[in-house]
Design a protein around this ligand. Structure first.
Ligand SMILES: [Zn+2]
Length: 539
C-alpha cells in the first residue's frame, strides 16, 4: 500500500510545527503517521529472502543445499556490482540491471530535485538527469494530457484550490489502443502526465505524486511505477513479443522500430519484462489454488539452465490452469505446490519424485516407446518381452477407448484379469533374469508402478498419456534454445509467472494481454492485482 506522507511532506513537518498544531489537526495527522509507521515496519521485516516466498507455503523453488545458497549470493553480488569488473558472460545482464536502476534513480532524482535544491547542496551518487546515457532522443507527438492535482492537504485535510496549483513535474507514457475486429490495427498514444503541488492556507504544500513502490516479491531493484515511458498495454505487447512470439530483445526492438516507429532501448525492454513479472507475482497464489483444486493434474519437467546451474522447467496442467516453475528436479517443488491440499489424480512420467503420490497415473506413451525399442533389439528374450508388452498395452488401449464410448458390462480389470496376471509373471521373470538391462529395467518399472499404470482400466475416462503436459512444455523448449535459459533466480521467477499467466488465460480462452495490461495498470497505481479471468462462457 502507498504511504500517506511523501518525503516532500515530511521535510515540511518539524517538531516545533507539531507542538503548535491544534488538537484535531494533530489527531488526524497522527493517524496518517501511525499508518505509515506500520507500513514501514512491515517493509523492514520483508528481507529479500522471506519476501520471495508465497504466503501459502514454502517457496517451490527454495533450494536447501548450502552450495546453492552460496551460488545465489554470488550471483546477486555479480548482478549488483559495477559493469567494469564483470566477467564477459554476466556483463550484459548487469549492464541491463544498472540501466534499469539508473532510470529509476533518474526519475527519483528529477522528482525530488527541487526539494534538494532548496534543502541541501549534496547530490545523490549516480547518474544525474541529463547526464549521458539517460534520456530519450525520440520525440513523440503528445496525443493526450492528464493533469494530476492534490485535492486535500496532507497536514490539515483542508480542501485545496486547483487554481492555486503549480506544476512541478511531468513525464510521457506511450501506450496502445486495443484493436478490435471492426477497428483493426495498432495505434499508439502518448499521454503527457503533469503533476501539481498546492500550498494550503495552513502553510503546508501538498504534492500529487505518481505512485511508485518496490516490488515486495523480488530483490529490491524492481519498482512498480506509474512513472514509465512504457504504458500497461505496450508492456503487455512487449511481454507477448518476448514470450509468446519468442523474439529476442534485439528482435523485439527491431519489430517496435520497424512497425510502430518506436525506439526503445534494450534496458527499457528488460525493465518492462521485469516490472510486468513483478506485477503478476501476487497471482501465483490463485494459480497454486487452482492447481491444488484440480481433479486431474498433468505434470512434466524439462531441463532449464539458470546461468551455470542446471534446473528444471516444471509444468502443472490442471482444470483451466497451466502453471510453470523453474526449480531443482527433487520432490520439494511437488511437495510445496501440492502439499496435502491436492486430492486429485496425478499423471506423470516415471520420474521418482512422483512415486509418493497414491493417486498416480502413468503415461503409456513412454512405456510403448520403451517396448518398441526392445522389439527392434537383437536379444531374443528382450524382443519377446517387448512384443508381449506392446500386444497387451495396444489391446488395453482399444478396450479403454471402447469403454469411453460405451460403458462395458464387466469392468476392464476383470475382463483382462488373466492377461494381466500372465504379463505380471513375465515381468517378474524378466526382472530376475540376466537379460539385457533395458528389458530388465522396463520389467521392474512395470512392477514398481503397476497400480499407477493399470489404474486407467478401472476408470477408463482417466487419460492414457501425459500429452497435455508435454505439449505445454514444447513452446518453451524452443524458447530455451533461443535464449539459453535464464540468468538469475529473479529472471527465472519472472519468466515462470508470466508464462503461467499467459498459458492459463489461453486455456480459459481469454486474452492474456488485456488481463496483463489490467494487472500492470492496477499494481502501478498501488492496488492489488485483479483476479484471473474465468473460463470463457462461465463468467
Ligand atoms: Zn493544510
Amino acid at each position: 500500500m502507498p504511504m500517506r506522507l511523501s518525503d516532500h511532506d515530511l521535510l515540511q513537518l518539524t517538531e516545533e510545527e507539531l507542538l503548535e498544531l491544534p488538537e484535531e489537526v494533530l489527531r488526524r495527522l497522527s493517524i496518517k503517521l501511525l499508518y505509515d509507521l506500520k507500513e514501514a515496519r512491515e517493509r523492514l521485516r520483508q528481507t529479500s529472502r522471506n519476501s520471495s516466498r508465497p504466503p501459502s507455503s514454502d517457496p517451490p523453488w527454495d533450494k536447501t543445499d548450502s552450495n546453492e545458497e552460496g551460488k545465489h549470493k554470488q550471483q546477486e553480488k555479480d548482478e549488483f556490482a559495477g559493469v567494469d569488473d564483470q566477467a564477459p558472460d554476466t556483463e550484459e545482464a548487469s549492464k541491463i540491471e544498472s540501466e534499469e536502476k539508473t532510470q529509476d534513480e533518474a526519475n527519483e532524482l528529477q522528482q525530488t530535485q527541487k526539494q534538494k535544491d532548496e534543502t541541501s547542496d549534496k547530490r545523490k551518487a549516480g547518474k544525474q538527469p541529463g547526464a549521458p546515457g539517460y534520456g530519450r532522443e525520440q520525440k513523440i507527438a503528445i496525443t493526450a494530457e492528464a493533469h494530476h492535482y492534490p485535492t486535500a492537504c496532507v497536514r490539515c485535510d483542508g480542501e485545496l484550490n486547483q487554481d492555486a496549483a503549480k506544476a512541478y513535474t511531468a513525464f510521457e507514457t506511450v501506450d496502445l489502443e486495443w484493436a478490435d475486429p471492426t477497428n483493426p490495427g495498432i495505434r499508439l498514444t502518448n499521454t503527457k502526465h503533469t503533476y501539481y503541488e498546492t500550498a494550503c492556507t495552513c502553510g503546508h504544500c501538498t504534492q500529487q505524486a505518481p505512485h511508485r513502490q518496490l516490488s515486495h516479491h523480488l530483490t529490491p531493484t524492481i519498482f512498480l511505477s506509474e512513472w514509465r515511458l512504457v504504458g500497461p498495454g505496450l508492456a503487455a505487447l512487449i511481454v507477448c513479443l518476448a514470450y509468446r512470439m519468442r523474439l529476442s530483445r534485439a528482435r523485439t526492438q527491431e519489430f517496435l522500430s520497424d512497425w510502430l516507429g518506436l525506439e526503445i532501448s534494450v534496458g527499457t525492454l528488460h525493465a518492462t519484462l521485469h516490472e510486468s513479472g513483478a506485477a503478476v507475482l501476487p497471482v501465483e497464489d490463485e494459480l497454486v489454488e487452482a492447481v491444488q483444486n484440480s481433479g486431474l493434474l498433468h505434470v512434466d519437467e524439462t531441463s532449464w539452465p539458470e546461468l551455470n546451474t542446471l534446473l528444471w522447467l516444471w509444468v502443472f496442467c490442471g482444470q483451466g490452469v497451466v502453471v510453470y516453475w523453474i526449480a531443482s528436479r527433487g520432490s520439494e517443488l511437488l511437495d510445496n505446490v501440492l502439499g496435502s491440499a491436492f486430492q486429485g489424480w496425478l499423471m506423470s512420467d516415471g520420474w521418482q519424485a512422483y512415486r509418493y503420490y497414491l493417486k498416480r497415473l502413468r503415461c503409456w506413451a513412454h512405456l510403448i516407446r520403451k517396448a518398441e525399442g526392445l522389439k527392434d533389439g537383437l536379444d531374443i528374450a528382450a524382443r519377446l518381452f517387448g512384443e508381449q508388452t506392446l500386444l497387451l498395452l495396444n489391446t488395453l488401449i482399444k478396450a479403454v477407448y471402447a469403454a469411453r464410448e460405451r460403458p462395458p458390462d464387466q469392468a476392464l480389470p476383470i475382463t483382462y484379469q488373466n492377461a494381466l496376471s500372465d504379463y505380471r509373471c513375465a515381468c517378474e521373470a524378466m526382472s530376475a533374469s540376466a537379460s539385457p538391462t533395458k528389458a530388465r529395467a522396463l520389467a521392474r518399472e512395470m512392477l514398481n508402478d503397476w497400480e499407477a499404470i493399470f489404474q486407467v482400466l478401472a476408470q477408463p475416462n482417466l487419460p492414457l498419456t501425459n500429452n497435455e503436459a508435454e505439449q505445454a512444455l514444447r513452446h518453451w523448449v524452443i524458447l530455451r534454445s533461443i535464449c539459453h535459459g535464464t540468468r538469475t533466480e529473479d529472471g527465472s521467477r519472472i519468466l515462470a509467472i508470466l508464462i503461467s499467466v499467459i498459458e492459463t488465460c489461453r486455456v480459459r480462452q481469454q486474452s492474456p494481454w488485456i488481463y496483463l495490461a489490467a494487472v500492470i495498470r492496477q499494481r502501478r497505481a498501488g492496488f492489488s492485482a485483479p483476479g484471473l479471468p474465468l473460463v470463457k462462457g462461465s463468467e
